[in-house]
Design a protein around this ligand. Structure first.
Ligand SMILES: *Cc1c(COP(=O)(O)O)cnc(C)c1O
Length: 468
């Protein structure tokens, strides 16, 4: 399998190179040259398989030429054995034709584990094969940082530096990062806000000499390997809730659109998906786009579902490329316009096509809280703030509502205990393996928001670890 960039001006790459590259050199995002397809019979055969077996079946065509089946199977088994329970992604029924897919049974209790744990193992395998090392630098406002640290801890070929804004992440979120004491993990609390963290990371990537000397890489959802691992649970859920060949819809609490795009990929591979429903908080750029055909960024609001507080959905570029029949020139023109003016508009014909696949609904914090309260009252089921938006959005879909719909539950309620308590009166407990989180030793360095200070800190640490 070869990969092409959405902007059409970067070299075609094999899976290994796409894995290590992240963003394409022309500023675009990589995706497979063609979509592998499964027949209805092949999909039905997956019904008797374990999660791990489905994962190998679904992902093998994407790594073909880079990784063989036995190796992929070993990596998948190692990845999902750290997930709690027999089924890494259990389904719960909430009502007639209404289901929740629990994607919070990984080590950091958010759906990002399903892809990042796999990415960590993949990095390990490819780096060992090539005898290379990698430095990962990332900024986090909460969830991504801990999932990335858990995925990369104790891996010899990787050093990971995660910047978070000092005092601006929740205590659970901070401790999930800083209590990992592995030698290759470096937490930095920056005296600034999340934008300062992100600007620092961008500046480090723009510093080409630094970037090349330390083999800098990223773990954000522009990395194709993450999307690929997320396609798996769309197959898994469909096999569980629908009779063979029958359609199913999904509802997805959305930020960067990586998860929705994975659902779109599953559909291209032959899964009979009817609608993909985007759930948003007050940061509703995608909902406004679906309504008006105009993409226009605004300031970011802080909400009770912080992992969806985004200004731009970076993965939407892949979807738009597809909707434009992979016309890289047309896509580049829209992206250039967006960069220059902060907005772009698309034709009515294109919007008809997009609306044929996706719906969307927004929920502010108040509505989200009411949803959590109502689902608890009616069903006795606790939702976190993100998952509640998924469940709420399921009710907003158009088309045939007799089709089963699966809402993706992207975080464990105990990750956002205050919001859940306020909505239901119940304080959700952390699972046993995290019960002592509040007593664990922490390690973290506080640094000023100053480029040279931060760069110098990273270089010193890398020298100490004999990586520079
Ligand atoms: C990251 C995240 C999201 C948003 O997912 P995208 O793929 O960026 O759209 C939703 N919920 C939770 C809990 C998250 O951590």
């Amino acid at each position: 399998m070869k990969y092409i960039s959405t902007r059409g001006k970067a070299p075609k790459l094999a899976f290994d190179d796409v894995l290590l590259t992240g963003l394409a050199r022309d500023g675009g995002l990589y995706l497979p040259e063609t979509w592998p397809k499964f027949s209805a019979d092949e999909i039905t055969e997956m019904k008797s398989m374990s999660y791990e077996q489905v994962a190998v079946k679904v992902m093998l065509p994407f790594v073909e030429g880079s990784i063989d089946e036995a190796t992929l199977s070993k990596i998948v088994d190692e990845t999902y054995k750290v997930f709690k329970g027999d089924d890494p992604a259990p389904i719960k029924q909430l009502g007639d034709n209404e289901y929740v897919l629990e994607l919070f049974h990984g080590p950091t209790l958010a759906f990002k584990d399903y892809a990042l744990q796999f990415l960590g193992h993949m990095f390990d395998h490819v780096l060992a094969k090539r005898n290379e090392t990698l430095t990962i630098v990332g900024a986090t406002s909460g969830d991504t940082g801990s999932a990335a640290i858990e995925a990369c801890r104790d891996r010899d070929a990787i050093e990971i530096f995660i910047l978070h804004p000092e005092g601006k992440v929740s205590e659970v979120q901070r401790r999930q990062m800083t209590s990992v004491l592995s030698d290759n993990v470096h937490n930095i609390a920056l005296k600034g806000n999340f934008d300062d963290c992100q600007n620092t990371v961008k500046a480090l990537f723009a510093d080409t000499q630094f970037r090349d000397s330390v083999h800098l890489s990223a773990v954000n959802s522009i990395n194709w390997c993450r999307i690929m691992a997320q396609v798996v649970y769309y197959f898994w859920a469909t096999l569980k809730v629908a009779s063979p060949g029958k359609p199913v819809s999904f509802s997805i609490p959305t930020g960067n659109f990586g998860n929705v795009f994975a659902g779109y990929v599953a559909k291209q591979m032959g899964l009979p998906i009817d609608r993909l429903v985007v759930g948003a908080n007050a940061n509703d750029i995608l909902i406004r786009f679906i309504e008006t055909g105009r993409m226009e960024s605004k300031d970011v609001f802080e909400t009770s579902s912080p992992s969806m507080d985004i200004q731009v959905s970076s993965n939407f570029e892949r979807f738009l490329f597809e909707m434009l029949d992979r016309d890289a020139e047309a896509l580049s023109a829209l992206m250039d316009e967006y960069k220059a003016t902060g907005k772009f508009a698309v034709s009515d014909a294109l919007m008809d096509r997009i609306r044929g696949l996706i719906d969307g609904e927004r929920f502010d914090d108040d509505a989200t809280s009411k949803l959590i309260g109502k689902v608890y009252e009616d069903r006795g089921y606790l939702l976190d703030t993100h998952s509640a938006i998924g469940v709420g959005a399921a009710g907003a879909r158009r088309g045939n509502t007799d089709i089963p719909i699966v809402a993706l539950a992207t975080a464990h309620p105990a990750k956002f205990p205050d919001a859940v308590k306020a909505a239901t009166g119940v304080r959700p407990e952390l699972p046993d393996f995290l019960a002592d989180l509040m007593d664990r030793e922490e390690r973290c360095h506080t640094l000023d928001y100053d480029y040279d200070t931060i760069k110098g800190y990273i270089e010193t640490k890398l020298k100490g670890r004999h990586k520079l």
